[in-house]
Design a protein around this ligand. Structure first.
Ligand code: 13P
Length: 248
């Protein structure tokens, strides 16, 4: 049995005060350890939220990570810096990074590798745009996104990684993939990994992301290859995030 994982991606939202309040709200409402739970908060709030989650079941993650270890890279945040604030996870290759900030499959692979160097678990985000889905390119796109990472770090690196399938057309649109649509791609991803290493495929957590909310989480999480969720908008409210978590 794979353990499930629910991760909140706060994106660029909130203030210091609201972030602290939200983290406290999640911690105080957490009454089950049947699955893992984490929040990926804006960089500048990591120091403060890191103190709040200490000793609790709520883990911390970053929303991105530099593709280099240190040096003259203005504006970047390295894996070792994130480690200092107890980041357990780092999102890599979120579609908003890929589409608005030029993250390529190659730079995503380098970020993934940097995370592993510091024992931070990368959450590799993959997924197709609406146009790519309509042109039947979903699997091809996902192959390329996975291959770039596998080619750099090798399949065994996926022993300490998480994959998040986030169809771009479902992110922030209110348009969720149906349980079956999501399961089809999750199954495909697991088979793709299995062709290279069956044990890793059996064990790796594959999360669904894209307009997941309390109303649809149960159905999605009941699918055999969906091991939890990467939650955007609905993770900004402690109650709805916890409802999603409790749907596991
Ligand atoms: P929404 O849940 O707001 O659609 O965002 C999903 C997402 O991008 C999580 O990383």
């Amino acid at each position: 049995m794979r353990r499930s994982l629910v991760v909140g991606n706060w994106k660029m939202n909130g203030t210091l005060a609201s972030s602290e309040l939200l983290a406290k709200g999640i911690i105080s409402g957490l009454d089950s350890n049947k699955a893992d739970i984490a929040i990926c908060v804006p960089y500048v709030y990591l120091p403060s939220v890191s103190e709040l989650v200490k000793g609790t079941a709520l883990a911390l993650g970053s929303q991105n990570i530099a593709d280099k270890s240190s040096g003259a890279f203005t504006g970047e945040i390295s894996a070792s810096m994130l480690k200092e604030f107890n980041c357990k996870y780092a999102l890599v290759g979120h579609s908003e990074r890929r589409s608005f900030y030029g993250d390529t499959n190659e730079s995503v692979a380098a970020r993934f590798s940097q995370a592993l160097e510091q024992n931070i678990t990368p959450i590799l985000c993959v997924g197709e745009t609406l146009e790519q889905r309509e042109q039947d390119q979903t699997f091809e796109v996902i192959n390329e996104q996975l291959d770039a990472v596998i080619n750099l770090v090798g399949i065994t690196a996926f022993n300490s990684a998480v994959i998040a399938y986030e169809p771009v057309w479902a992110i922030g649109t209110g348009k969720t993939a149906s349980d079956e649509q999501a399961q089809e791609v999750h199954f495909y991803i697991r088979q793709y990994i299995a062709a290279k290493d069956q044990a890793i495929a059996d064990k790796i957590q594959i999360l669904y992301g894209g307009s997941a909310k309390p109303e649809n989480a149960k159905g999605l999480f009941a699918m055999p290859d969906i091991d939890g969720g990467l939650i955007g908008g609905a993770s900004l409210d402690a109650e709805s995030f916890l409802k999603i978590f409790n749907s596991i």
